[in-house]
Design a protein around this ligand. Structure first.
Ligand code: KG4
Ligand code: ZN
Length: 346
């Protein structure tokens, strides 16, 4: 039976996200209307180190979280007292950064008596699609591709998931970031590969399409990443000059092919009519175009949030929290950060 997905009155939620290197706060009404979406990114700092340094991320979250929450409320034209719930990402993610958001949300909830709701970060990414597409309702399938996760998920109902496949090694975004570093593009690699690929030939180098033996839906990206490294080493030894745009475009094409083929196997096997993308890598222009085309060829409706809702943000957490709220889910003040939290686990 499908859950009733509305309440008699508007439900306004303050959401907080701090699982990696973005300190974010947002006010969301009824899971779909975003009144504010404040994101304070630490990218500039971590770029100096070629990746996210957890200790620095924790320190920056501590410095910024109060101002970000204040701004989230003021940009929405709301006060804390207007909130029906305070939502926060409690996993998965980096433990230090998660703890800053969880502590902030618990303190606000304790001080005001407003209910607390702990949200799963991947559930947030999936829910970004509810914000971008007001009419989207489960069931649908969603490919969540980010810096930390690659999950192909059947969204059976709000908050009800079946994981068809996941990465067995690197996440898709992690592979983008590592390859970008090797070809001298720097951090964060995904957007840089996306940009430089536009000048390259995606068919220039035939990188392998990763497979996982005995599992149709699982992903493997580390072999694909290694094949790029082998290619670079071979060129170096033979004194062959590499074309960065060609390497980037060919690697990106290999990743896109793998993601699209897995997604379409699921569409066909489960006779799906709706397919959604989510997570930071969902902002990749080649992936969006290829997935849209593959869905159109099969008469499947395609959904993808705008880039600002693909990468980490708190609005998506506010959306996921709403569907928990109307089910009566509340967290206690003993809510703790769970860095390895699995989808569907509480
Ligand atoms: O969802 P997200 O902000 O954080 C996690 O939950 O991990 O995703 C960040 C990841 C990074 O690996 C970044 O390189 C990748 O998303 N990314 C992209 C693009 N924009 C961000 N990857 C490929 N193409 C892009 N345009
Ligand atoms: Zn994320």
């Amino acid at each position: 039976m499908k859950m009733k997905d509305t309440m008699d009155k508007d439900i306004t939620i303050l959401a907080i996200e701090s699982s990696c290197d973005e300190t974010a706060a947002s006010v969301v009404v009824n899971g779909r209307d975003v009144l504010s979406n404040v994101i304070s990114s630490q990218i500039d700092i971590h770029t100096l180190y070629g990746g996210v340094v957890p200790e620095i991320a924790s320190r920056k979250h501590t410095e910024r979280i109060n101002q970000v929450v204040k701004k989230g409320l003021s940009e929405a034209g709301k006060t804390l007292q207007d909130m029906d719930a305070i939502a926060v990402t409690y996993g998965p993610g980096l433990v230090g950064p998660l703890l800053i958001g969880v502590s902030e949300a618990k303190a606000l909830s304790f001080a005001t008596g407003i209910p607390l709701i702990g949200v799963h970060h991947i559930e947030g990414h999936i829910s970004a699609n509810y914000i971008a597409n007001k009419d989207l309702e489960p069931p649908f399938a969603c490919l969540v591709v980010s810096g930390g996760h690659t999950h192909l998920v059947l969204v059976k109902d709000y908050g009800e998931y079946e994981i068809l496949g996941r990465t067995q090694d690197d996440a898709a975004g992690e592979a983008f970031d590592k390859v970008a570093r090797e070809i001298g593009l720097g951090y964060p690699g995904g957007p840089k590969i996306d940009k430089v690929s536009k000048e390259g030939n995606p068919a220039a180098i035939d990188f392998p399409r990763g497979k996982v033996a005995g599992s149709r839906y699982d992903f493997s990206f580390s072999g694909m990443k290694s094949s790029v490294l082998n290619y670079l080493n071979t060129c170096k030894m033979k004194n062959i000059e590499i074309s960065v745009p060609d390497v980037a475009a060919s690697f990106q094409q290999a990743v896109v092919d793998v993601l699209v083929s897995h997604a379409m196997w699921a569409v066909e096997e489960f006779h799906l009519t709706k397919f959604a993308l989510a997570g930071g890598v969902a902002s990749n222009t080649a992936l969006r175009a290829a997935m849209e085309k593959a869905c159109a060829e099969r008469g499947v409706e395609f959904f993808c949030p705008p880039p600002i809702l693909c990468t980490d943000n708190a609005a998506m957490i506010g959306s996921a929290a709403y569907y928990e709220y109307i089910k009566g889910v509340r967290s206690g003040l003993d809510l703790n950060a769970k860095p390895g939290l699995r989808l569907g686990e509480r």
